[in-house]
Design a protein around this ligand. Structure first.
Ligand code: PLP
Length: 657
């Protein structure tokens, strides 16, 4: 399908803007126009933003705004700047060109927004042919996919492979009576594109100087970062790389205990001294919320020697912090801020989801581009805004974690996902948000199911913290339906072919992404309606085990992790929570999945309520996995420090360096 590219010409002079539109469209008709560039006029007022937030007439997407500063004599310059500012606030991914009267105006523009303006034309030149060529080139540059293009070209050249990988472009598989079906299943292009660093034309992810560097530069511009790095081992690795770059053994860091397990792995690897911040909990729905703002403020005040603060925003359930004031406070205390945006890579491309962590001034943000945008699984980005970023240090740590044989189609998928987000992300997200509104209304009409609003989900302790919700994560209360969450999940998958993102004991979560379609929405609603018709008397409120709060650290997580320890059963001989674990020090990270939040971290003192919690989870939750337990002798055990190991380890002193 050929793209359609819309240019909005914004001017307070109706005759002039019509002239420009006619000139550009006439050039578009005469010249080569592969991107389908077409111009439309708009007055220089609040209507311009509204226009850019509405679908463009005739399909396609808005890509460029050409804003007329106007002749100085008409005094409209200020209105033009204000309009430009509002446009950039709503759609920062659009290209902005300014029509100027003279160089004095150019000076003003540079003071106003040198970084935000992509180019200038002198309004009286009326060189529509030249302007069209420049705008078309601008759009082509944004729509470029340097790595993906190079990969395609290389594959098309059909070179003989005398290098890794061993399947040699799929030749080892093709036609095999045993594994030929894999070739057919995966497809020739995927196998031919599975290349290696032996192909210098395709650059190196571990030392990018060519097409990967160029693709990363485009991503940095798209996501509003100074620098962006592609990672092919997921945000799990991106988090660890940043931790190891910023923290040396003994450095103190403040972290949401609710952080993803990769963050806790980063604590072990870096040898950092963590100060855990307990997050809020909605006990009714079994959801973990943000860390209360007052807790963060207190932690910053009490730990002036902390180097780093890391928060997750948005969370798996869609909770978004009011990040700006928190980041400002941390920066004022000399603390760098990392935001785990694994679930929020799409936010930059719709005003309803912004601001992003980068826009709020975070030093680092990690995003699982694969979770919400169109990249392949494991494809992640690290965005950097840290003014004292040490690129060498980062590179060394990146290379410590990265495979020397990255999957090239993953890199290509990051390039393509960035292009898509910039070129059509707004329109696709807007469609998803409309689906959310429609689903909310229809699901609520079933009366058996109810879409939870922020007020339902937000733990009370963070009610005044300015937390918002990412509406694309739709959490549905199922308690009035009489179905259990496990039954609903099973029914949805076996009878209706619908796989949900996750559930708690009384909620189901559906993830809407840019890949959600009208027919998927309709099938989901249809399934829920059928199940609502089969509703039963509400189940007795199940008593779900409440996750215990953090206890204390006896030693550094890293020290506990590297000891041999001993494995002690979670249940005693009578099948009861094992009291022998009370007071012992855990060596591993114990993480119930879902929700993936550690109940114990290495070095943490085990208390009986934690053992009871684990025992109850094991006995009552069918769909839960507990990562970190030792499976031995047909028992589940916790690895804890032996007394003699603990005796010689330095004890944990949060204030000591
Ligand atoms: C908050 C958070 N951070 C990081 C990750 C890891 O991301 P990835 O799956 O890309 O490794 C996840 C995965 O679920 C997550 O929920």
């Amino acid at each position: 399908m050929k793209p359609i590219t819309h240019v909005l010409v914004v001017s307070s002079d109706p005759a002039y803007r019509d002239d420009v539109v006619a000139g550009l469209n006439s050039a578009a008709a005469r010249l080569d126009n592969p991107l389908g560039l077409t111009a439309e006029a708009c007055a220089c007022d609040g209507g311009a933003v509204a226009r850019l937030l509405a679908p463009a007439a005739g399909g396609g997407d808005w890509q460029v705004v050409l804003i007329d500063h106007g002749p100085r004599s008409d005094g409209q310059g200020r209105a033009a700047w204000e309009t430009a500012r509002a446009i950039l606030a709503a759609r920062p991914e659009l290209s902005l060109y300014v029509l100027l009267e003279d160089d004095d105006e150019k000076l003003q523009v540079e003071q106003f927004a040198a970084d935000a303006v992509d180019g200038y034309f002198y309004r009286d030149e009326r060189d529509f042919h030249g302007w069209f060529r420049i705008l078309a080139a601008e759009v082509a540059q944004k729509a470029a996919t340097p790595f993906y293009d190079a990969l395609q070209q290389y594959v098309a050249q059909a070179k003989d492979s005398w290098h890794t990988p061993g399947h040699s472009g799929g030749d080892s598989l093709r036609g095999s009576p045993w594994v030929g079906d894999f070739y057919d299943f995966v497809g020739e292009d995927m196998l031919r594109a599975d290349l290696s660093v032996s192909v210098p034309e395709l650059d190196s992810l571990l030392h990018p100087m060519g097409v990967i560097a160029e693709a990363q530069r485009l991503a940095a511009k798209a996501f509003g970062a100074r620098k962006t790095y592609f990672a092919t081992n997921g945000t799990s690795t991106s988090n660890k790389v940043i931790f190891q770059s910023l923290l040396t053994p003994g450095d103190k860091l403040l972290l949401d205990r609710n952080c993803h397990k990769s963050v806790h792995h980063g604590v072990i690897l870096s040898g950092a001294r963590p100060v855990y911040l307990d997050s809020s909990v909605n006990t009714h729905y079994g959801l973990f919320g943000p860390v209360p703002k007052a807790t963060i403020e207190r932690a910053i005040a009490d730990n002036p020697d902390a180097k780093v603060l890391i928060l997750t925003s948005c969370t798996y359930d869609g909770f978004r912090y009011d990040l700006r004031p928190i980041i400002e406070l941390a920066h004022a205390a000399g603390i760098k801020v990392i935001v785990d945006e694994a679930w929020y890579g799409h936010a930059r491309f719709h005003p309803e989801l912004r601001p992003t962590a980068m826009e709020c001034g975070a030093d680092y943000a990690t995003q699982s581009t694969h979770k919400i945008l169109s990249a392949f699984s494991q494809a992640s980005m690290v965005h950097v805004n840290d003014p004292s970023f040490d690129e060498h240090q980062f590179r060394e740590n990146f290379n410590m974690h990265a495979s020397t044989s990255p999957q090239y189609t993953l890199i290509a998928s990051l390039d393509v996902a960035r292009k898509q987000a910039v070129m059509e992300g707004y329109r696709l997200l807007d469609r998803s948000l409309k689906f959310v509104a429609e689903l909310r209304q229809k699901i609520n009409a079933t009366q058996a199911f109810r879409v939870l609003e922020l007020a339902d989900m937000l733990p009370e302790e963070v009610a005044g913290d300015g937390v918002r919700l990412d509406p694309t994560k739709l959490t549905v209360d199922i308690s009035a339906s009489g179905w259990s969450a496990d039954e609903l999940r099973d029914e949805l998958i076996t009878r209706h072919n619908i796989q949900v993102e996750k559930n708690t004991h009384n909620t189901l979560t559906f993830l809407l992404t840019i890949g959600s379609t009208r027919s998927k929405v309709s099938r989901l609603f249809d399934a829920l309606l059928r199940m609502a018709k089969d509703r039963r008397p509400p189940l007795a409120q199940a008593r779900i085990p409440q996750a215990p709060r953090f206890t204390e650290l006896a030693c550094l997580p890293r020290d506990a992790f590297y000891e041999a320890g001993e494995a002690v059963p979670v249940l005693d001989e009578e099948g009861m929570p094992n009291a022998a674990l009370d007071g012992r020090v855990c060596c591993d990270q114990i993480v119930p999945y879902p929700p993936g939040i550690p109940v114990l971290v290495p070095g943490q003192v085990v208390r009986l309520d934690i053992v009871r919690y684990l025992a109850r989870l094991l006995q009552t939750q069918r769909s839960i996995d507990i990562h970190g337990l030792v499976h031995a002798d047909s028992e589940l055990k916790l690895r804890v420090l032996k007394a003699e190991e603990l005796a010689v380890l330095p004890s944990y002193e949060p204030t000591q360096r």
